[in-house]
Design a protein around this ligand. Structure first.
Ligand SMILES: *Cc1c(COP(=O)(O)O)cnc(C)c1O
Length: 365
């Protein structure tokens, strides 16, 4: 078999090896079923078991309260940029607040603007999205339809430590790039959504956790596929779901539960991995320059720069020669980005750190 590399891709990203191995083993025929998961009806008892187990394990991992629905949808996080304001903002007579800490929040805000008024409650643009707002800096509208924030800005590598305080206004979170990486108090949210392909599975499925009372807000005139109520009523089987992505999402949730030991253990492991890289950056006498301010640093996407873009190119190419791949920053910001999601083993981070130390020695730091 081809040797696997350490893949620091921001997404689709690394999957846990036991998950890939199980999917490979059972691809031709699911145990007790005799057909591939790719071949059975999404309405069959066998698939029902798969989707119900995935939801049950997500509920157990995140301790999701009973008054929340868990939806497994398509269209990625990007479709949620539209679905959230279509269901919560359109015809509400209200506006929505956005806390902007990076690129993805801005994209969500741009889509919401098509459905109604939006306000910026805080915008970190001036300093290149390297920090989080102080609570006192938030300019919130107590009558807003919702407040949106991005728990982890994947491109800039800036991550909230907890939830912004927003009073009674429904809090909406794009948690795409730190979903299942740590415990989250779901009861503080109106909606939390995450595409799976960073931390929770392959591309094609998006998890939406929504509080019951918000389901009444969507107008019946919305296209059926875009109304949360239809997906709730159909148990995420309103149309044919992305069966393979749901299956893998279920295996990943099981892996976090059984092999990692839940979200506290997952967070602990993730913190340990991130600290290794940040400590190295801090001890590099400015050879590596972290983008995010210390208290805003992401545990998932470590973003940093070298002296100039030529040296960064050499860094990325040399790393690839040592089987450390996809370390280039997002095309919009450049630099280096090491995405070290749940599935990145500690050994992969250690290899990266060895490489970074060696590279610094060789290039005069
Ligand atoms: C990757 C990502 C998205 C985009 O997800 P798609 O599934 O491609 O639509 C949105 N928000 C965040 C925070 C992301 O990391």
């Amino acid at each position: 078999m081809t040797q696997r590399v350490y893949n620091f891709s921001p997404g689709p990203a690394l999957l846990p090896e036991p998950v890939l191995a199980e999917a490979q083993r059972d691809l031709m025929a699911l145990p007790g079923v005799g057909s591939s998961v790719l071949e059975i009806s999404h309405r069959s008892a066998s698939f029902k078991k798969i989707i119900e187990a995935a939801e049950r394990d997500l509920r157990s991992l995140l301790k999701i309260p009973d008054n929340y629905r868990v939806l497994l949808l398509q269209g990625g996080a990007r479709l949620q940029f539209s679905m959230v304001p279509m269901n919560l903002l359109r015809d509400s007579g209200k506006s929505a607040d956005f806390i902007l800490t990076g690129s993805w929040g801005n994209k969500a805000c741009d889509e919401a603007r098509k459905e109604g008024g939006v306000r910026s409650a805080w915008d970190g643009r001036e300093t290149g999205y390297d920090r989080l707002p102080d609570p006192a800096q938030l300019d919130l509208d107590s009558a807003a339809a919702f407040v949106h924030f991005t728990s982890n800005e994947t491109i800039q590598g800036v991550q909230f430590r907890g939830e912004p305080e927003v009073g009674d206004v429904p809090l909406v979170c794009d948690a795409s790039s730190d979903f299942l990486s740590r415990p989250v108090p779901i009861e503080r949210y109106g909606i939390l959504y995450a595409c799976a392909q960073k931390n929770a599975g392959p591309a094609g499925v998006t998890v939406v956790i929504i509080r019951d009372d918000l389901l009444d807000r969507g107008s019946d005139s919305l296209p059926g596929m875009l109304n949360y109520r239809n997906h709730v009523a159909a148990g995420s089987l309103y149309n044919t779901p992305p069966v393979f992505a749901v299956y893998i999402l279920g295996l990943v949730a099981r892996w976090v539960l059984d092999e990692v030991g839940g979200l506290d253990a997952m967070a602990e492991r993730n913190r340990g991995k991130a600290e290794q890289v940040y400590d190295l950056i801090d001890a590099s006498d400015g050879f590596y320059r972290g983008h995010a301010q210390r208290d805003a640093r992401s545990m998932m996407n470590v973003t940093f720069r070298l002296a100039d873009t030529d040296l960064e190119k050499v860094f990325i190419a040399s790393a690839a020669e040592q089987a450390l791949v996809s370390l280039g920053g997002h095309r919009s910001v450049g630099g280096i980005r090491a995405s070290i999601y749940n599935a990145m083993p500690v050994a992969g981070v250690q290899r990266l750190c060895q490489f970074m130390n060696q590279f610094r020695k060789e290039h005069g730091g």
